[in-house]
Design a protein around this ligand. Structure first.
Ligand code: F6P
Length: 559
């Protein structure tokens, strides 16, 4: 294992420290002095048109950030990832989500640790397509011969969030009369409400779990199986025999997992199981078989377009010099804001109502990847890592939290994402509503960048204490991303963009962005505490005083 370079010990870091000390952010002045700034700071990556000009950077800062990437080996590490080097050191694994979207017949073929990666990926993709064709055409039916109308994905974390986000965003592409639903939380409310109006005869469950051991998913899968059996028996569709129940599971359950032996133990026919590999991290898995719900509802062609979008950004990232490399520059800007300008969070603000799922997915991708205090060789990090990523689609967000971004005391860099063409081109009288929507996007980025001076406020007739309240400082950084439309391809490009932004930050900080040990302790403790909630006195006695107190409250108030 090569030791990570300490970013803070590089000459580029020292240079950035000086530049920060000398920096007086002045977007108004910078734009006035350089009429070419917008053009010079706008880049294209596949279908994404990215304007970086409203960021708090000068040419000198950008040049120093690029040197920081060079001195910390970001490009080399990206190449190692693509080649299957075990850059996930704490789990001794390759990190190959980029292989999930390599087109068939890519040259040279990718073989890693003796595995024909391309062959295996496309074997599963072909099986997914064949299965999707059977379900969508009605050749695969429920146990009573009825067509599938609802696909329910049972999974959590990466086995849920990516599919939820993509399904919501691409719903207009669902063309086979099949809807998707998602159950993730072990809160029984989730399963009860999601299945309440479903017909067991037309429902197909996908149990999506990389490990097939996750408490939430396995519990929900058992509950769903019981719901299916009860419903089918109640309507007289099956009798209560073991054979009938087994047949029902074969018609109504499929699985996605790396642990096919455990799938079989659950009673799911492994013919109806779709595998992936330990080199696909949960938060990087929507483009693996974990996307089966998408393939079934949106169709194989849309899924392939999604993969093509991912791949286009992979190619851009791997082959574009740093000065024009959009994901790497955006990752470097995040380092600048985090480590030099004191930002602690980053807003991602899609102007698309269909992107409601982007916040949890983006939070998981970035925060599970880069929320680390040690580097990939186990040594402590040398600077702050992992900012909080958050956001909501505009314009709703404008009426919720933008106040803080405009006039709060903290620096919150924000990415605005918009689409030139809408899914639903509605008119309000003679007004194009989508145009009005995008006017808000442009107005917000303009207000954040250029603000409103006290003189401008006074010129409008405001006086006294109100002047300060109505003044906007400006110099609040944004990146504007436009794309032609929210298509499967563009969505794939956007997800890959954020994957590689995350990669870049992790590489500069010297951390393993592909493990998630931080979620393990809580999982283990939950299993130890569960008996205490059932009244096991020894388990109660084993807890700390605070936990015991909360258990007593629970015991006293439980109905
Ligand atoms: O949240 C931690 C995690 O391990 C994620 O990385 C993963 O997506 C999720 O749990 C679910 O795990 P599995 O797919 O194995 O059920």
């Amino acid at each position: 294992m090569t030791a990570p370079t300490d970013a803070t010990a590089t000459s580029a870091w020292a240079e950035l420290e000086h530049l920060k000390d000398d920096l007086t952010p002045d977007l108004r002045g910078w734009f006035a002095a350089d009429p070419d700034r917008a053009r010079r700071f706008t880049l294209d990556a596949a279908d994404l048109h990215v304007d970086l000009s409203k960021n708090l950077v000068t040419d000198d800062v950008l040049a120093a950030l690029i040197r920081l990437a060079e001195q910390t080996g970001v490009v080399e590490r990206f190449a190692q990832m693509l080649a299957g080097v075990h850059i996930n050191t704490s789990e001794d694994r390759a990190v190959l989500h980029t292989a999930l979207r390599r087109p068939s017949g890519s040259r040279p073929p990718l073989e890693v640790d003796g595995q024909d990666v391309d062959g295996d990926v496309h074997e599963v993709l072909d099986r997914m397509r064949a299965f999707a064709d059977r379900v969508r055409s009605g050749r695969f039916t429920g146990v009573t011969g009825k067509r599938v109308t609802h696909v329910v994905n049972i999974g959590i974390g990466g086995s849920d969030l990516g599919p939820v986000m993509v399904y919501e965003a691409l719903r207009p592409y669902a063309d086979a009369g099949i809807q998707a639903r998602f159950i993730s939380n072990i809160d029984p409310t989730d399963l009860a409400q999601t299945t309440a109006d479903l017909d067991p005869e037309t429902t197909l469950f996908i149990v999506a779990s990389k490990t097939f051991t996750t408490l939430e998913t396995l519990t929900n899968a058992r509950l769903a199986r019981a719901w299916l059996w009860d419903g089918l028996q109640a309507s007289g569709a099956i009798d209560g025999s073991d054979a009938a129940k087994k047949d029902a599971v074969a018609h109504h359950f499929v699985a996605v997992s790396t642990a096919l032996d455990k799938v079989a133990d659950f009673g799911i026919d492994t013919e109806n199981a779709f595998g992936f590999w330990d080199w696909v991290g949960g938060r990087y898995s929507v483009d693996s078989a974990i996307g089966l719900s998408l393939e079934l509802t949106l169709g194989p062609d849309a899924f392939e377009e999604l993969l093509a979008g991912f791949h286009a950004i992979d190619v851009h990232t791997a082959s574009t010099p740093l000065a024009r490399n959009v994901p790497m520059l955006m990752g470097l800007l995040n380092v600048w804001y985090n480590n030099f300008l004191g930002a602690q969070s980053h807003a991602v603000l899609p102007y698309a109502q269909r992107c409601t799922g982007s916040r949890p997915t983006c939070s998981k991708l970035t925060m599970e990847s880069n929320g680390k205090s040690v580097r990939w060789d186990g040594s402590p990090v040398t600077t702050d890592t992992g900012e909080v990523f958050w956001g909501e689609p505009g314009t709703n967000g404008q009426h919720a939290f933008y106040q803080l971004i405009h006039q709060g005391t903290r620096l919150i860099p924000a990415d605005f994402i918009g689409f030139a063409s809408p899914a639903y081109p509605l008119q309000d009288g003679d007004r194009d509503v989508h145009g009005l929507f995008l006017a808000n996007f442009l107005a917000q980025t303009k207000a954040l960048a250029f603000g409103k001076t006290a003189e401008e406020v006074e010129a409008e007739g405001t006086t006294g204490a109100l002047v300060a309240a109505r003044t906007f400082s400006g110099n609040r950084p944004t990146t504007s991303i436009f794309a032609p439309a929210l298509t499967p391809r563009v969505l794939g490009e956007l997800i890959a963009l954020y994957e590689h932004i995350t990669f870049t930050q992790g590489a500069v900080w010297g951390i393993d962005s592909f493990d998630q040990w931080g979620v393990e302790l809580g999982k283990r403790l939950a299993l130890q505490i569960a008996p205490a909630l059932e009244g096991d006195a020894d388990a109660v006695a084993a807890q700390d005083a605070s936990t015991r107190g909360l258990l007593e409250y629970y015991a006293a108030h439980r109905r």
